[in-house]
Design a protein around this ligand. Structure first.
Ligand SMILES: Nc1ncnc2c1ncn2[C@@H]1O[C@H](COP(=O)(O)OP(=O)(O)O)[C@@H](O)[C@H]1O
Ligand SMILES: N[C@@H](CC(=O)OP(=O)(O)O)C(=O)O
Length: 454
């Protein structure tokens, strides 16, 4: 049995959903289908999830919601008309959205999540109706009924291990299961969404639970490329890579798969294949536990912005017992996670995702580090990017860091931070955001050969 996830671009219109149906018809082992909410049909289009976010914000501010609501309903209506579906499914969707809008706003987080999740939930219902209308035996299933349990509000949303047993029952169904991505329910029965892009996670959870032979993740590119195709023209294709490589690459900018989507599949040794809904016969990229050695040490290069650095220096920091713990405790008090901690004998930098900070939090952190840890210098700088070289073969390659730093120096950019994880599967460079693209291009030139644009 295969679990297939179709991303927002794959279900953005009636025409795309017809391609999904053809893909399912072509292989009867595709028995579990996870769908996202309708995504972008063209570059400037708006994803339904973003429309729903606007709608819920307006509702929470007690503004008039009718305009925002009809924008969402219109997307579904266009799809239903294009698939020759009657009015009944549109009535179901409208009633569902109005019920969500009328639900209690006393817990704004829950209200917000309930509206956001309706994008996938209502599309799953519509897709099941469509598949049935063309003669496939398909059934919509709600994550609550299926038993997709997730952590509670105080924590980051993750599937609970007990979900596995309940979800495994899906493998016994004779029909095609159409399952909405992006959300689950707490043990108290409250809906919670994963992070943006989280339908990938749902697909992986289901693939692990039913011990699928394959988790196919359908998107709008033929495969994973060695670098972002929006920056490098015709980048080289990756045919096979390891879970570890994909995890490192999706951590920093490979938007093609959510970085949390690998662990469930990895734990159950379910291989993952990235495929194109618009070209399903292309073999795609296989993500597996091991791959044969390639002559090339670097498998891919990714880059992502939105990082800040907390820099702390104090004379004799290296001799002070507990300094690092106390520093990280201050961040913990602010509920901030950190990414990297490169350090010297008298200084340490803590690299953070900037979205966790604001001026007030920054002031509090700087003040506490100065007064409680008696640091000589403390500052927080934003606008950093991480450029990451990833490859299983890097472990055995000599001179690789020298090649990378030489390439970066050719761009005239300064390297603010270097970090090589102890697994040696990745090499991370902290750089200024303004230098990110030129560095990515120069590293691509150094480690891969192709024609460059821009
Ligand atoms: N290295 C890469 N290889 C392939 N695609 C990439 C890469 N880096 C970024 N992308 C982008 O990821 C996009 C697919 O991810 P996403 O937009 O989340 O798709 P979906 O709507 O199917 O979930 C591609 O259109 C591509 O622009
Ligand atoms: N619809 C959600 C979840 C998701 O996974 O979407 P996509 O498959 O389009 O990345 C989002 O926009 O974040």
């Amino acid at each position: 049995m295969k679990v297939c996830k179709f991303g927002g671009t794959s279900v953005a219109s009636a025409q795309q959903i017809k391609k999904v149906a053809a893909i399912l018809k072509a292989d009867p082992s595709r028995k579990i289908v996870v769908v996202s909410a309708p995504g972008k049909r063209f570059d400037d289009d708006v994803k339904v999830t973003d429309m729903l976010i606007r709608l819920s914000q307006a509702a929470l501010c007690n503004e008039d919601v009718e305009g925002y609501l009809s924008e969402v309903l219109d997307r579904y209506a266009q799809i239903a008309i294009g698939l020759d579906l009657g009015q009944a499914i549109l009535d179901i969707i409208e009633l569902d959205l109005r019920n969500r809008l009328e639900s209690d706003k006393g817990n704004p987080g829950l209200f917000f999540d309930q509206l956001k999740a309706s994008g996938e939930d209502n599309l799953a219902k519509l897709v099941a109706v469509y598949l049935t209308s063309i003669g496939l035996h398909a059934e919509y299933i709600n994550p609550k009924d299926a038993g997709l349990l997730v952590t509670d509000f105080s924590q980051r949303v993750q599937a609970l291990p007990e979900s596995n047993n309940r979800l495994s029952a899906l493998k016994d169904k004779a029909t095609i299961t159409v399952f909405p991505g992006f959300f689950g329910y707490t043990s108290k029965g409250e809906l919670r969404t994963f992070e943006r892009g989280g339908s990938d996670i749902t697909g992986s959870i289901l693939a692990a639970a039913v011990k699928a032979e394959l988790y196919e993740n359908f998107t709008d590119v033929d495969c994973v490329f060695v670098a972002n195709p929006r920056i490098i023209e015709n980048p080289e294709e990756i045919h096979k890579m390891t879970y570890r490589e994909m995890r490192e690459l999706s951590y920093a900018g490979f938007a093609v798969l959510h970085d949390e989507a690998l662990m469930p599949a990895f734990k159950e040794s379910v291989p993952v294949c990235i495929k194109n809904t618009n070209n399903p016969l292309a073999p795609g990229t296989m993500i597996v536990a091991e791959r044969e050695h390639s002559f090339r040490p670097v498998t891919g290069i990714s880059a992502d912005s939105g990082f800040s650095t907390l820099f702390v220096s104090k004379y004799l920091m290296n001799r002070e017992i507990g300094f690092g713990r106390k520093l990280l405790e201050i961040l913990e008090d602010e509920k901030i996670s950190f990414e990297h901690t490169p350090s010297g004998i008298d200084n340490i930098s803590v690299i953070l995702r900037s979205h966790q900070l604001n001026t007030e939090i920054e002031h509090r952190i700087v003040h506490r580090v100065k007064t409680e840890l008696h640091a000589d210098e403390v500052n927080i700088q934003s606008n950093f990017s991480m450029v990451v070289l990833v490859g299983e073969g890097m472990r055995n390659a000599t001179g690789l860091a020298a090649r990378a730093t030489a390439a970066i120096s050719r761009t005239g950019a300064n390297i603010e931070m270097i970090n090589q994880g102890s697994s040696e599967v990745s090499l991370v460079f902290g750089v200024l955001k303004q230098d990110e693209t030129k560095i990515l291009k120069e590293l691509y030139k150094e480690f891969f050969s192709s024609v460059l644009v821009q």
